[in-house]
Design a protein around this ligand. Structure first.
Ligand SMILES: Cc1cc2nc3c(=O)[nH]c(=O)nc-3n(C[C@H](O)[C@H](O)[C@H](O)COP(=O)(O)OP(=O)(O)OC[C@H]3O[C@@H](n4cnc5c(N)ncnc54)[C@H](O)[C@@H]3O)c2cc1C
Length: 449
């Protein structure tokens, strides 16, 4: 049970999770399965804070025909517990679609469908989450000269709530990345804005879109805008010759295996870099081959018919992007000749990727206890726990932001089910869970650094 302390003292949990995306939903499920197995005394108590008003997974990119880039068997649970009631197959059964899905002979569900699965799973553990609560501060709580707890402050509207934890699991995900000096605005979007923004254009009769980038999101934006606005031209601008296919072949896929995390973790730094280099094309700046083929076919068909409105401006970059009240003025610069061509558009979409949220940024004074490597990156143990000074007794675990230590699955779904099992086991093994804080110690809480 979470402990309530006298007076205004915060609730104490064994674990507080920051963010309730797929990673921490999977964490909540692992906890609820564990707690259902063990007695009340051994139950691990937890609470999660999510800033969105309800569950949402990259809503701006839930394009109706976009599919998952990972097998449905790498759902929130199956690789950890194939008999779990939280699996994608159980979801399908609950929706009356199990047999239809089987007949479909497809490992890669629609993104919209997987979102619905995530929502379904999140709803089953929603007693553990406060939606509409953004974590704004984490503070150390000192008992007997050591940091025994952290206080987590979450803001909901104008209210602040504080809960206390023995462990933190940070699963705050990715942030949209714009090129240096470019700000998002009404006509300058990041692809993560796509679906939220696009409805606003229905009456505007747009005539041209520019999409910057050559990854999966860029290609999806090009295909979507081309289909949605049949009178508009869609110009893709990128520095390559064209989209490169994602390597999802069976041998290369082993880079996502749970075992690959062990290997990556123990590999020397130079080998780590090589592995990311060899297999970056399983994930970064690559596109599903079917989508590449579709786009090429459409471009060629338009050439034949003389109705060209899909244009690929290769080996180029977009510069001088200026928004005016009714358009965006830009220049396309050839990387080969330096030739500069003005190009106006109704909207420019930057599909220029995402970066990991600043995992340490939230930690405030707790940051001083966290170790860093020679390159200033956070040191993380194999169990995803940040390496810290001994006087910090709380476990601070990362879901995401560990590509330099744990490899390419860090920000992906592939290893989520296994990772949360490892984090839970670590909390139990390290004794930072339920048995860790005798009430006597808890009663002494009060001084903060
Ligand atoms: C369009 C798109 C498609 C993708 N498709 C795939 C795919 O098919 N396969 C795959 O393996 N990966 C895919 N990814 C990678 C993606 O990172 C993972 O799918 C997944 O989102 C990781 O889950 P997460 O919970 O770690 O992070 P997120 O899903 O980003 O969730 C983080 C959550 O934390 C919340 N949060 C952030 N800061 C705070 C705070 N201070 N307080 C409270 N809450 C906070 C956010 O609101 C968010 O809900 C895709 C990414 C994108 C952008």
């Amino acid at each position: 049970m979470s402990q309530a302390l006298p007076g205004d003292a915060p609730l104490i949990h064994d674990l507080i999770g920051i963010g309730f995306g797929p990673s921490n939903v999977a964490m909540a499920i692992a906890l609820s399965e564990h707690n259902a197995r063990v007695g009340r005394q051994e139950a691990v108590t937890a609470h999660f804070f999510e800033r969105q008003p309800s569950f949402g997974w990259h809503r701006g990119m839930l394009i109706d025909d976009a599919t998952m880039q990972v097998s449905f068997l790498k759902d929130l649970v199956t690789l950890r517990n194939p008999t779990s009631e939280f699996s994608f197959l159980c979801y399908l059964k609950s929706q009356g679609r199990l047999i239809d899905f089987v007949n479909h002979k497809n490992l890669f569900p629609l993104r919209v469908e997987f979102h619905d699965y995530f929502e379904w799973a999140a709803a089953k553990v929603d007693d553990m989450v406060s939606y509409g609560h953004e974590v704004v501060a984490v503070r150390p709580v000192v008992v007997d000269g050591v940091v025994q707890y952290v206080d987590v402050t979450a803001r909901s509207g104008t209210e602040l709530v504080v809960h206390r934890a023995r462990n933190l699991v940070i699963g705050t995900g990715l942030r949209p990345q714009m090129p240096d000096g470019v700000e998002r605005s009404d006509r300058i979007w990041h692809n993560s804005d796509l679906l939220a923004r696009v409805d606003g254009l229905e009456d505007a009769d747009p005539t041209r879109f520019i999409v910057v980038g050559a990854g999966q999101s860029a290609a999806e934006n090009v295909a979507f805008l081309h289909r949605r606005f049949p009178k508009a031209e869609v110009c893709a601008v990128f520095s390559r010759y064209g989209y490169s296919p994602a390597d999802d072949s069976s041998f290369a896929n082993r880079i996502f295996d749970p075992e690959a995390v062990d290997e990556f973790f123990t590999a020397p730094e130079e080998i780590k870099r090589k592995l990311i280099g060899y297999h970056g094309n399983t994930n970064y700046s690559v596109v599903d081959i079917d989508l590449i083929d579709d786009l090429y076919r459409q471009e060629y068909q338009e050439k034949v018919l003389g109705t060209e409105r899909l244009r690929f401006l290769k080996v180029s970059r977009l510069t001088d992007v200026v928004e005016t009240p009714d358009k965006v003025r830009t220049t396309v610069e050839s990387l080969v000749t330096g030739e500069r061509t003005p190009l106006d558009a109704d909207v420019v979409v930057y599909a220029t990727g995402y970066r990991t949220a600043d995992t340490l940024g939230l930690l405030g004074e707790v940051r001083q206890f966290c170790h860093r490597d020679d390159e200033g990156r956070v040191r993380v143990e194999r169990d995803y726990r940040i390496a810290t000074d001994p006087q910090l007794r709380c476990g601070i675990y990362l879901q995401g932001g560990t590509e330099h230590t744990h490899g390419i699955t860090s920000s992906l779904l592939s290893n989520t089910a296994v990772r949360v099992g490892e984090i839970l086991q670590s909390i139990l093994d390290r004794g930072e869970g339920p048995a860790a804080a005798p009430q006597a110690a808890a009663d002494e809480i009060g001084s903060s650094l």
